[in-house]
Design a protein around this ligand. Structure first.
Ligand code: AP5
Length: 222
């Protein structure tokens, strides 16, 4: 059981890239943000616990996230290769992932850091629209749907995420700088990190990352 991590600030393009590469590289896409939004929608115990943190743009406590990811990996198979988007976000989460994969005879093959300037992040987040039904992401200017407000993939309604309002975006970027940025040097020291310019066009970014993943040495992309 191996894993590739997409690391980056809110709006850096983790979700969009994951959607574009997962099928071609035969990776199992795990987004903790999507899992939490599902849990909130269903009103589960984890959802009820996570909701207020998410609304404020704060991180959900490590204990909750670790429970969520462990359950997901427990349901996996030994030859699975995961593509994590939005996880890990703190050193305790990163340590948990490392030991969990090692227990299953695997490890992290590559950490791809999606790097973009702050003004690009803010512009992307304020313009993001997401499909209520299948979760596909669009952008009102950069990646618009063919018909306004309607998902190209499934015809579902597009909506603006509650945490994509300007004041919550500012909070999320502060939280990222304070709590997640240290993972860049943490993974750099382990020789796992590769940096990409994520302000480039989405198709080119996905191709560059696909190439990097295929070049990693743990037999991840099958
Ligand atoms: P989560 O859903 O993970 O949000 P995030 O990390 O803030 O990341 P985003 O989804 O906002 O951005 P992204 O990088 O995926 O960008 P995207 O591809 O959509 O988490 C939400 C909340 O859940 C957190 O705040 C926290 O409370 C909680 N949470 C989740 N995981 C947690 C964890 N591990 N620990 C603790 N708490 C956790 O792109 C953004 C926009 O830009 C889109 O409109 C897209 O169309 C556009 N775009 C993307 N790429 C390009 C491009 N190359 N060119 C032009 N436009 C682009």
């Amino acid at each position: 059981m191996n894993a590739i991590i997409l690391l980056g600030a809110p709006g850096s393009g983790k979700g969009t890239t994951a959607e574009r590469i997962r099928d071609e590289a035969k990776l199992i896409h795990v987004s903790t943000g999507d899992m939490l939004r599902q849990a909130v929608k269903k009103g589960t115990e984890i959802g009820r616990e996570a909701e207020s943190y998410m609304k404020q743009g704060a991180l959900v406590p490590d204990g909750v996230i670790i429970k969520l990811v462990e359950a997901r990996l427990d349901a996996g198979r030994p030859d699975d290769v995961y593509l994590f988007d939005g996880f890990p976000r703190t050193v305790p989460q990163a340590e948990l992932l490392k030991t969990t994969l090692a227990r299953r005879g695997g490890g992290i093959s590559r950490v791809v850091f999606l790097d973009a300037p702050r003004h690009v992040l803010v512009e992307r987040l304020t313009g993001r629209r997401t499909c209520r039904k299948c979760g596909t992401n669009y952008h009102v200017v950069n990646i618009p749907p063919k018909k306004e407000g309607v998902c190209d993939a499934c015809g579902g309604d597009l909506y603006q995420r509650a945490d994509d309002r300007e004041e919550t975006i500012i909070k999320r970027l502060e939280v990222y700088n304070r709590e997640t940025e240290e993972l860049i040097s943490w993974y750099e020291k382990q020789g796992l990190l590769v940096r990409v310019d994520s302000s480039q066009e989405a198709g080119r970014l996905a191709s560059e990352i696909l190439k990097l993943i295929r070049g990693s040495d743990r037999g991840t992309a099958r």
